[in-house]
Structure formats: structure tokens, C-alpha cells
Design a protein around this ligand. Sequence first.
Ligand code: UD1
Ligand code: CA
Length: 461
Amino acid sequence: MRKYAIILAAGKGTRMKTELPKCAYPLLKKPMIAYIIENIQLSHVADEIIVVVGHKREVIQEILGDQVRYALQTEQLGTGHAVMVCESLIQDLDGHTMILPGDMPLVDTKTIEHAFLEHITQQHDLTVLTTKIEDPTGYGRIIRNEQGVLESIIEHHEATPIQKEVNEVNTGVYIVNNRLLFEALKKIDNNNSKKEYYLTDIIAILKHQQQKLGTYFVKESFKTMGVNDLYTLSIAEAKLRHVINKQLMISGVAMINPDTITIGQNVIIEENVVIHPNTYITGNSIIKKGAQIGPNTEIHESIIGERVVCRHSIVMNSVVHEDSTVGPFAHLREGANIGAHNRIGNYVEVKKSSTGANTKASHLAYIGDATVGHNVNFGCGSITVNYDGVNKYQTMIGNDVFIGCNANLIAPIVIGDNSFIAAGSTLNKNVPNDALAIARAYQVNKENYVRNLNGKKKDNK
Ligand code: UD1
Ligand code: CA
């Protein structure tokens, strides 16, 4: 038996009132659709994943690439229609398909696995995942007969006032026998208030045919919440933040005011790390033992070494080795590789550059496109002049170099080991090892100049 998963992601997400197609909208800086695909892959309930795309499909396809197959729904005529367009991709009609909406980022692998197992062991033709929520507005209602047997799903817009009272709702996740699914879909119509082909109509059709229907109840309803607007997005994000932070704190990560701390789902944080308020750590970042991060810090796709202290700073696609300090107000912009025991201090920006151990740029420096050795000191205001308005050039700095304040190193340039750059120098020639380089106008003191000048002033009696 072949197992399929169909993810519905063709909708515009009109209620989001934004440009981005809804399922591409990020939650903790990761697109919603990526969560569900990852969880389906991890739970092994599908041999093949099909994503239904339509509105701005290139955005969704850019996110997911070729790890899934795509079915194109050119017009968004409803969830039932969205599944219909997958028919030609489902080869094994004796197999089963799990259908999930792309706007349900919090569902976890356990729920997916258990529901699928229940469907198979109970030999259901269709299983619907249901949950109970206090305010079921907007959700399809689960309608059961007096014996509690599932009869149909009635959409919010079609429900009678009494049906609207029902707080058991359709999560939008189903597992269905393929043959029955596509037969039933041929029977649905769009005679409803939204003029859409509702996938939910197949429940009553299969019930009428006396097929074996079942439900799988999800106790923690937040896991199956659908994100339809920016408000529900913020609720989902808060839930996810809470779940991730709780897990991290239990595993030995200290968080000061955790409600203000946002950690992405794929971030790894080792024990004995302290995270201070207003901090974001996202992407595939790794924070190693004993590091202290924040407050007010943003780290994305970066590796932070053991015992690093990083305060009030931004670190993007960079690596910081052990025992270094970053900030306050430093910017490791892109491709910075900071050696061990470095100090990257106030208002220092580093881009596409590496530094050896014990190097320091304590204040107001720009280090771009540079390879820097160990034990180098960048004075306040020193700059690698890497750009002539057209091209970028490399700076090579050896070991044990002292760069005085306000030095401009015009690249391409090589600064030899153990050299000394005088403050205020603008260098455009290489500096040999052990040399002092000085490139600035000599100072001239004109004795008594001001006194004489004052004597000549008219109003000076
Ligand atoms: C749907 C269910 C509702 C359930 C709720 C759970 C239907 C008719 N209703 O309502 O019973 O309680 O989910 O969250 O199924 N989509 C397409 N093509 C379309 C229409 C939608 O791909 O033509 C996709 C959307 O991109 C979205 C998913 O299907 O990812 C669900 O659509 P949405 O409009 O959010 O359905 P709900 O109104 O939330
Ligand atoms: Ca929805």
C-alpha cells in the first residue's frame, strides 16, 4: 500500500490582508508550510508528498524546492477542488492519503503518526482529526448522531444556530482511502454560501454510502489551530515560542523574561547558556555551552562558541569562537568568522572576514573582506577600505599587528606580521613584517601664532 500526503497551499489567504501567500507566512522566521512538510517527513506517514499550489505558487515552490511534488490549482474553487487536482498524481488507488491544510503549523509528528496508525488499525475508510475549542467561530463543526457517530461536517457559514453551538471542530486533517476519496469528490457541488467545493462535504457522502468513518481526537487543541489572519498568527507564534522555550529551560538553558525571547525551532542551545530579554535566535543557529546572549540581540544562522558573551548585537550567518565577547552594539553582518578570545566591541561591523585568536576591535571599526591574524589590535575608528564604488578588494593582516586609531587600510593590501600602523594613516601600499607604517601629514606648530593673531583683531583693545 502506497501512502500519500496532500498539503493544501493554493489559497490566497484573503483574511491575512498581506501580499505574501498565507502558507509562506513565517512563524519564528520560518515559513508556515515548512513546519508541516518537516513534520510529515519525520513521521513517515507518506511515501510521497504532494503540495497543492496556485496563488503565487512560485513563492511556495521556492521555499520547498524539489523535496515534494506539486499539483496546480489554477483557480481557488475550494478545498474539495484543491484535492481533486491531485487525482492524476495518486497512482495507487488502494492506498491511503493524509490531507492537511498548509496553514496549520503547530501540528506535531506524534499527532500525525498516532492518527495515521489509528486509521490503519481500525480499518477506517476515512478518519477525521477533531478537537474541541472554546470559540469555534470559523471552523467546520463535527455533527454526530445520538449515538455519537460521525455524520457530517458543517461549515461555519452553513451551520444553523444550534449547529454553531457545537464546539467539536474539524481540524482540516483527514486520512482517506484513495478510491473512495476521488469517487466522493466527483459528487460534491458548490451550492453553498461561498460557492466553493468544500472538501468537508465528502464526509456526509461517505456516511451515506455506509463506509467506515472514524474520528481521532486531538486533546491539545492549539496543535491543530488554523492560521487565518495576523491575529491568529501571533497566537500561534506565542504558543510555539512557549513550547520551544519551555523545552529549552527544562534542558538547562536559563531565560530571563522568556516571553520576550524568540528561539526558532531548529536552533540548538547547549546547557548552561543564559539568554537575556528581547533576544531572537533563528535559523540553524547553535549556541554552545556557557554562552551568554542578549539582551536585545539578534542571531540568525550562526554558531556561537563556548562562553561567548554577546550583548545588544546582531549576528548573521557568522561564527564566533570560544571566549570571545561581542558588543554592545556590534554587527557581524555576513560571513564573519571571529576567532577565540576576541573582543568585538562597541559599534564594530565585521563582514566576510576572519580573525585569529586574541584579536581585538574594541570600538568603532569596520572590518570587511579581510583575513586577520591573531593578536591584532584595531584602534578606534580603523577601517578596511574594501570598496571603490565598483569592486570589493581583500585586506590581509598578519599576526601581532597594532593598527592605530583612525587608520584607513586601502585594499587590496597586505599588512605584515608584527607591524605597527601609526594612528591616522591612510595606507595604500603593503607593509612589511616588523615595520612601522606612517602615512599622514607631519604636524607643524607655529609658536605664538594665536597670540599674534589676537593682537591684530580690530575689536581687541
Ligand atoms: C477549513 C475547513 C474547516 C476546518 C478548518 C480548519 C473546508 C471547507 N473547511 O476551513 O472545516 O475547520 O479548515 O482549519 O475545508 N486552499 C486551497 N485551495 C482552495 C481553498 C483553500 O489550496 O481553493 C488551502 C488554503 O491555502 C489553506 C487550506 O486549503 O491552506 C484551508 O483553507 P482555508 O480557506 O484556510 O479553510 P478554512 O476556512 O480555514
Ligand atoms: Ca484555515
